[in-house]
Structure formats: structure tokens, C-alpha cells
Ligand binder design. Sequence first.
Ligand code: MG
Length: 282
Amino acid sequence: RQKLIGLRHAETKKMPQDEDLLEDLVFKATKGGHKVFVSGTPDDDLFVDPVDLDADDLPNVVNDLDFDYFPSAETSSSLADSPEVQAKLDKAIADVDIRILNPPREGKKLLVLDLDYTLFDMKSTAESINELKRPFLEEFMTLAYQHYDIVIWSQTKWTYLEMKLTDLGLLTSDAFKLMFVLDISCMFSVRSMYKGKPRTHQVKALPIIWAHFPDRFGPHNTVHIDDVSRNFAVNPQQGLKIKAFKRAAVNRATDRELFRLSAYLIHLATSVPDFRSLDHAR
Ligand code: MG
């Protein structure tokens, strides 16, 4: 968001571009000295779409469509035990079509990752998707892959999901592989309590995955990272809520969530034999 005025590229003669190095720039020929300007907008003066502000910044607005879910011992046990949820779970387990991209590896834990706002800012506009990737995405995936088989689960239709995964380079890396990908068709709705009121919302129910890999994965070795905690409603103990990555142009400079999470995931994999003792919120 900055322009350098009064300089040009020595070879192309064009205005400096983002990828140009300072050493390749020369002064524009002028009489009586050289003037160089930097023009741009400070972060504080940028226009910000109100919908991108954190909820904390908008205390008087209640967004019913994006309510968050705070699991409690009461809600989690009642949900998992509910015959209605159990029936939906059984149906989802029978219906799911898991297409293995890379087979599970011996001795690895399971990491289930959300995509939108967890691994990239899906709403901001940018010239390249690289500008929307959450900082340290590749490093995070590479480090996590050493200890975890990785599944991406997104509340999106497969067509868009495949496009996003391809653009982000998540299907073609040599440093990490995805075991498989699940889309919105593998989610079902539940009624859970939010601030004392029942709410209906979709969930990403981990037992769907566990049922298909009973000897490998279960509550004892799975971590589920998402920026929307109601997705954990059926399995709150495995849920690790990550701060949503929005307004990439501004937050890219300071967002270190994935960097720190990779250290946490490695710590878990190497020194916590059973994840059921964990409370990720702490
Ligand atoms: Mg998300």
C-alpha cells in the first residue's frame, strides 16, 4: 500500500513494483536535484468494513448467524448421548464417502483443520492468494505433518473447496500431504444451548472419521482446529478454537497463531500420550 514517487526501475524504467529491490531503482532525471516521495495510507486510517471488525469492537451488534458456542460438561454430554444426534451420526457415518488422497501413516495422530479464516482470509480481496494465506501456513503444515495425519474439513461445497485448496498449494506440496478432505456434505445439524437458548447449527462431528479408522484415530489422539467453536459441539474436548484470520492486509504483519500452534502440536504429539486429559482452551 505504498508508492515510491521519483524513482524508477533502472531497466524497465517503470514505477517501482512490490517485487523490485531498492538497489535496482534509480532517480528520475530532473533538473536541480532529486525529490523522492513515499505515499500511502497508515494502518490506522484504512477503511475497514464493519463486518470485518472483531465482535469486541462492536459491542451493540448481535450477529445471530455467527453465534459462538461455549461447550460445557452439561451440553457436550447431553448432545453426544441424544438419540437424535446418535441417529444423525450413524447416518453420516454410513453416507460419508472418504476419498483417501494419502493413506494414514503408522503411529501418527490426527489433525482436523478448518480452512476459511483458519488457514486463510477467505473474504479480503488481494492480487494474489499468497497475500491471503495465514502467516506461517507452509511451516505449520510441514511441522504438523511430521506427527499428524492431516484432514481438512470445510463448511463449503466441494467445487469451491477444491479450488481453494489448489490455489493455496495445499494439494501439491512435497513437504506435507493431506490424508483426505471433507466438505459441507459431511456435516449435519444439531440443537445445542447458547446463552440459555436452544440453537440449531451445523457441526463437524469427529466420530464420523473415527468410525472409519477405529484402530488408528479416536478422542485420545485427535486435535480439531477451527475458528468457529460451535463446530466442536459433538466433540468439544478435541476442539481448539483459533482466532479467525481476517483483514489479511493488516493482520498479516502480526498474526503468529500458526507459528505458536505448531509448537503446541509438536509438544502434544511428543509428550502427551492421551489427549483426553487436555483442555485446549487453557
Ligand atoms: Mg472457519
